[in-house]
Structure formats: structure tokens, C-alpha cells
Design a protein around this ligand. Sequence first.
Ligand code: ADP
Length: 574
Amino acid sequence: MGDDATMIEGCSVLAKSLKDQGIEYVFGIVGIPVIEVAMACQREGIKFIGMRNEQAASYAASAIGYMTGRPAVCLVVSGPGLVHALAGMSNAMENCWPMIVIGGSSERDQDNMGAFQEYPQVDCSKLYSKLSCQPSRIERIPFYIEKAVRTSIYGRPGPVYIDIPGNFVMTQVDEKNVRYFPKCPPPPKTSASNDDVRKAIELLRSAKRPLVIVGKGAAYAQCENELKTFVEKCKLPFLPTPMGKGTLPDEHPLCVAPARSKALKDSDVIVLLGARLNWILHFGAPPRFRSDVKIVQIDISPEEIGNNVQPAVGIAADLKCVLAQINEQLNTGPFVFDSQAPWWNELNEKLEQNRLSVQKAAQDKTVPLNYYSAFDEVNKIIPKDAIVISEGANTMDISRSCIPNALPRHRLDAGTFGTMGVGVGFAIAAAVYCRDYMPEKRVICIQGDSAFGFSGFEVETVCRYRLPIVFVIINNNGISKSFGEEVFNSLEETDRLISHPPTVLSPNARYDKVLAAFGGNGYFVEKPEEIQKALKESLANKTQASLVNIMISTAADRRVQEFSWLGSIQPSKM
Ligand code: ADP
């Protein structure tokens, strides 16, 4: 070591590298060996949100990735800390969302000795990430962090795991030997060939029953302006997927979401924008789709093209670029789908039918309320530009049709992986982000009572950071089917484990008091006017969280649907 050596600890090299890469938020839980990492991040001006379980922290970090297109970090301790975070990594992987998990690990020179929390962290993270690795030396940490950010956002987005051995954290190296890397630029734009764009437009011109499907990949691609121009120019009916909702407003006159089944089943040409033909879209197969449907598929991932259905035109490129290209060609040869076409009549008829049926259920204000009437009360009062997080089986599905979204990336839910328990973590991320960039915006977290239970204790985090989230718990005493206090109390005490139905949770549980325990405002309500009052007060409070626990009927259910929600496909089409 020369006299002019400038020594720096590993944790500071890591924090500086994160700062260089534009990381703004680190969600996590400190402990051996990452306490100093969190402190070093704060010294660099990176915000650290200390949570109560790594699972929720990993969900939170991934939500920032989805909302902003740049990754946040989830910081975890060794062994079990990382194992808890695998939940968020797998969820982000399935959702194609960027995030970086940084895990402290046992000291390198104690390898294979049964060290404290020793675990094959790099190996086990490989299944849940695009890249999983451990820097060979402290001096190389910046190289790995730049690579982590780049890998998480280039191509199909996804999570990355970086392993930091405990002995790297406080060991000092000469900073002159550390090479820092400039901020990784946004992904290079990829566009379609003019020929493919022409073919796509030709196919659209030939369509008698066209449909545009807008997936959460379109929301992520931030292509809302180009998308708006495209559908409005061509006057095409569009259908958002659950998280594609809001990319264009649900209340847009061209949105056919209330006629979803009909639109999917009868359309002859589908333009599939950033959505996979997986279970959410019934694999693109009959009976949910026509067997001769022609698809224009646009996706950033070449491997996705042709999954389950071979498209008539497959374009592996960035949606924002491709839609701009399509719009440009349409400028020279316009195409407008006939608003008098029989397809529109059929869709409009179905739209009206379904709207009326939802309206009827919503107007039934018998107490205890049903899902539709409860959501009607919520929808009446929440701001139209709110970020809405929604999870729970019926709560999520029914709220999707009852609570419209007006803005892109403003609805987060259980997603591709169908993960329950994401809600509070997502809400924390959304509220932290809003505080910095959209302070007037409200975050509304609508959860079933079961869904809230997965990470309900994170409301302590919410209250500690004074995040004014409004939680709405749709409480039916259980997971889907349940019963009330009387039946609960009549169960034979001695054989409760045999007689207690697995779907039933504690009746009239006071989730509102959980929030109140940490200083938030809790409301236990049942009647429409009580809901209105509680939500009004909650929304008026801009410095503290609220939880409105709405008791609904234990018999409440969704409307009868033409197809069961998971449904099945014809074996011949697989
Ligand atoms: P949904 O659940 O809404 O149906 P999916 O998560 O199944 O949506 O699909 C999202 C798709 O979007 C993924 O296949 C992903 O590769 C793709 N995608 C992500 N970013 C872009 C982008 N910038 N351009 C085009 N496609 C994208």
C-alpha cells in the first residue's frame, strides 16, 4: 500500500456503484452482514426502506421496477433472508419486471465449514433470476452492479441477484484500484422491419372483427401515447389485461373490457401488444378464441413469439418503437375500422348487457353488502387518478371490472404468478414513489381479508414512514367461501382442527385495529354511509395511513360467468 492510498470499505464501494447506476430505493431488512451496506447507501443519498419481512421488501422493489422501468434494490441478509426474498424474485421473473436483489452471504474463507447462515445463494437464485453471481473482489463490485442493472432492463426485463460475502462489507481496499462505471443507459431501441409493419397493417385492413389486446408489457414499455394514436386513428376496439388496465383509460369509448369473453372468442384478427398467451389469455386456444384467429404479436422477447399460437405476423421489438412505425405507415395509407360494422354492434350489445348486470348487483345495497355494492361505494369516492393495488381472489377479480383505471401503471395485482400477499409491499413502493414524484396522488390498496394476512404486519412499516396509504379490506371472513360468528362459535371445541373449514378465517376480524396499533386510522364498517364516511376521512388524511375494514356478506360471490376463470382448452389445440 503506497502513502497516497485512499482506502474505502466494500460497503461504500457497493453504495457508490448503486448511486452511479441511478438506484434510488433500497427495500430490505438489515442484519449480519448488511447493516453497514444500508448505512452506506443512506450516506450516498439512496433511500432505505426498512421492512419487516424480506418477502414484502422484494415485492416492493419489483413494483418500483414496473412503475419506473429502472430497478430498485432488495437488500437481504444471508441464508433465510435471501430465501424469503425468492418470493419476490420469482414473482418479478414471471411478471418480467426488473429488480436487483443484493444478499449478504457468509464469509468467503468459511466456505463449506457450516458458517452462520451459509447457503448456496448464487446457485439457488439462478432459478429465479436472469443473472446470479458473486463479485470476485471488492474492486470489481461496480462492474457487477452495472451489469446487474443492464441485465435487469435490457431485453425482457427481470430480476438479478448479486451476492456480497460478509467479509467484503467492512474490508478496505485502495479506491484507486476501483473502476466505477457510468450509469447504464436505457435499453437500445429495437424496431420492426418495414415489411412486417406493412404486413401487420394489411392484416388489420382485412379484419372483420379486429381486437387490440393491451398487456402489462405495453404498460411497462411506456407506449401509451403511441398506443392512443394507433387505436384512435384506426378506431379499433381494445381490451386490457388485468395490469394492462389504464394504459389507455378503462372508460375510453373504444375499450371493450366489459365484453371480454365475447371480444376474445369472436375476433378474427388480434393485435397482441406486450401480453403472453398464457393462462391469463387462455393460451390463445379454443373455446376462448377462434381456431382460425390471426394474430399480430409484438413482444420484446423473440422467444415469446409463437408461444402457444403461431402468429400471422410476429415482431420481436420494442412496442413504443413498433407502434410509432405503425402510426407512421398509417399516416401515408390510413385505415379506419368501420364504426357501423356488425362487430361493433355485437360488442356494444354485450357491453351494455354486462354493464347493466354489474350495475344491478352494485345497486343492491342490502347489508351486509355483496362485492359489487361494496366496490360501488369505494369507487364513488376514490380519486380517478389513484394508484390501485388489488389482490385476493374475488376481491381482485371483481374490483377489476368495478374500479376503472385511468392511467398507465396505476394498477398492480397478483400478476402472472397469481401471487397473493403482494399488496402491502406494492402499496409501500407506490407510496414511497408517489411521495417523491407525485405527492398529490393517493395509493389505494384493496385486499381480501385473506390476502391482507400474508404481510399485514408490514403496516408497521407503513406507519413508521408515515405513508398515507388507504387500505380497503373486503372482509368476508375467509378465503372465498366462509361463514359468520354463530357457526364459528358453534364448532365443537375439541375437534376444531377437523371441523373448522379450511376456507374460513376468524369472523369479524379487526384488521383495522392492526393498523391502529401503529398509529394509523382504523375503521370497521358495514353500511354504505359508514363506508363513505370512513373513506372520506381516510382520503382527507394526507400524513397517516388508514384501513377501512368492510364486512361483506359471507355468501357474496362473483356473477355467473360464461367460462370458469381457469377454464380448459381443447386437447387437440395443445
Ligand atoms: P399480461 O399479464 O398483461 O398478459 P404478460 O406479463 O403476460 O402480460 O406479458 C408481458 C410481455 O411484455 C412479456 O412477454 C414481455 O416480454 C413483453 N415486454 C416487456 N417489455 C416490452 C417492450 N418494451 N416492448 C415489447 N414487449 C415488451
